[in-house]
Design a protein. Sequence first.
Length: 251
Amino acid sequence: MKQLIGKRALVTGGAKRIGRAIALALAEAGADVAITYRGSEAEAQQTVADLLALGVKASAIVCDVRDEASVNATVESAVSKLGGLDLLINNAGAFQKLPLEQITAAQWDEMYAVNVRGPFLVAKAAYPHLKQAHGKIVNLGSLGGVEPWAGHGHYCSSKAALHMLSQTMAKAWAPEVSVNCVAPGMIEMGGPHVPYANLGDVNSVFARFAERTPMQRNGSAGEIAQAVLFFATASHFTTGQLLVVDGGLGL
């Protein structure tokens, strides 16, 4: 069913991996979609072509979510291209594995700049448009924001902060805007596994996590997209929720 016909969505980091899957799922449901990218121009243009093939309006906008001026310009561009804004998906994020004692202050700040400050800046810029449309925000958290992973101190802390920020937004911006959060577990995204490049042998990592997961496999980008779509199409009364999509890994 085309549950999102007439809706206008902005997906940060929508050029590839989970962001691309989310953008395509929204378009398949009928939404017009703008995506942002920072360095993945070729992938962004391919995603736009695939979105257009689904019969919706689509565009790609270069954006650095760490930079307030870039974010403000991006939101205004998206609103102009789409004719308004009903949905914001804060997907752009950073991931890194490092022993806690080896994390530098600069690395700590960078993780928070992308994973917490970025979603805050984008949501703040989008808020007036979402308020007018009685729209929705879905933030992408992580199982790592629920469970402490010893080798990912700055990542886990930043995602935990994003989970709390999501609840704060939900309370502060009700009743006009609903805000929820999807927290993926271990996700196999196909192609080069750039987010997991510093984990060692990626295939063995995937196998180890699948064995630990009650569902006996890792998740897919499409399954995360379906969770986002759930919130995008749910009753506006559904707000302030954290949906962990991990096959039971966190149990």
